[in-house]
Design a protein around this ligand. Structure first.
Ligand code: NDP
Length: 334
């Protein structure tokens, strides 16, 4: 439960509190919804925006004193929706609670393939996976052997973008905020190179070192100084997929970006995108990615927090880079 709306600044664990209340486990007559038992919850950076009272944002603010909502994997306990029956596994918007009433069940996806870890539907096989897929293939227009750079590269989205780019035969470099994450990028996800951006005094020079001939594709997850440094390192006709800008989400005033004239000189295409516009591609995405998982061609690293009581710290941890891989909260395993 969100205690109250917060303003700028880093969110704190104490901004969220746990509460005990009773819930009826059957769907009310006349409803089109479902009642689910929540299994895995997804911690996602956009949830920070929902903790603030915003107007005109593309994210609806949370309602203080009500259980917050987010993406998760759940089992249907009761259903009045014709798409779902008792026992079905689903992923989609649910509550950060043990059991949830989902009145708008039409937005849920039925899980048809349960021979992979179910928690993957919060990440690799869920929204972050679709973000990586649509951002890379639809927005970046990638070609074999291009030079690809990814920031926040060890996270839920970044680790996949890098592996998609490697599967296409690109040269791939990622940045992340610790030595352990850098090792993961190189040794687990097969990136060609990786570096710890926190150890670099001069990001422009660091990027020049890894991309002496420039960057064709930048998959933007962080914004701010990193974007500025990337712009001057782009190659002519390079593409920037603006997926997220996590370094800006807690600031009162976003940092300025100074190297915008590079956009003209290098004739760059910079495009923001929202995964929500690409869900029609979900079946095609699954068709591509499930065999890769089974053949071991795609690896996925998750960071699991046990129990609902660990959820506030897990969510807040995204903004200090505490998570190593996709941050998941395990509410129940079955
Ligand atoms: P991650 O799993 O990557 O977790 C967030 C990571 O961001 C942290 O672990 C940390 O890693 C890094 N980070 C946090 N603060 C900063 C900072 N100030 N500067 C640089 N890096 C920071 O998250 P996701 O993969 O889920 O999301 C990645 C991005 O994609 C986010 O910006 C998110 O908002 C965006 N997104 C956009 C979507 C869309 O539809 N456009 C959909 C889903 C996600 P490190 O230790 O490396 O610093």
């Amino acid at each position: 439960v969100l205690k109250d709306y917060i303003g700028a600044g880093f969110p704190k664990e104490s901004d969220l509190i746990t509460r005990v209340s009773k819930i009826n486990l059957s769907v009310a007559e006349g409803s089109n919804g479902v009642v689910v038992k929540n299994l895995y919850l997804s911690c996602d950076p956009y949830m920070r925006m929902r903790m603030t009272k915003t107007q005109g944002s593309y994210f609806e603010s949370f309602t203080p004193h009500q259980p917050i909502t987010g993406l998760g994997v759940a089992r249907v306990l009761d259903s009045k929706n014709q798409k779902f029956k008792k026992g079905d596994l689903v992923w989609g918007m649910t509550g950060w609670e043990e059991y949830s009433h989902i009145t708008n069940a039409d937005g849920l996806f039925k899980i048809e393939h349960s021979d992979v870890p179910l928690s993957y539907y919060t990440g690799l096989l869920g929204m972050p996976g679709m973000t990586a897929y649509s951002g890379f293939y639809e927005v970046c227009a990638p070609k074999k052997a291009e030079y690809v750079y990814i920031s926040a590269a060890s996270g839920a989205v970044g680790q996949l973008v890098g592996q998609f780019a490697k599967l296409l035969g690109c040269y791939v470099v990622g940045s992340a905020g610790s030595k352990e994450k850098v090792n993961l990028l190189k040794n687990k996800f097969g990136f060609d190179e990786a570096f710890n951006y926190k150890e670099e005094e001069d990001l422009v020079a660091a990027l020049k070192r890894y991309f002496p001939d420039g960057i064709d594709i930048y998959f933007e997850n962080v914004g701010g100084k990193m974007l500025d440094a990337v712009l001057v390192n782009m190659r002519p006709h390079g593409r920037v997929a603006v997926c997220g800008m996590i370094s800006q989400y807690n600031l009162e005033k976003p940092e300025g970006v100074h190297n915008l004239t590079s956009i003209i000189a290098k004739r760059l295409r910079i495009q923001g995108f929202l995964v929500s516009e690409y869900y029609h591609l979900y079946p095609k995405f699954l068709e591509m990615v499930l065999p890769y998982i089974k053949e071991g061609k795609i690896n996925y690293v998750e960071d699991t927090a046990e129990g609902l009581e660990s959820a506030p710290a897990a969510l807040i941890g995204l903004f200090s880079g505490r998570n190593i891989g996709k941050q998941v909260v395990v509410v129940a395993r079955e």
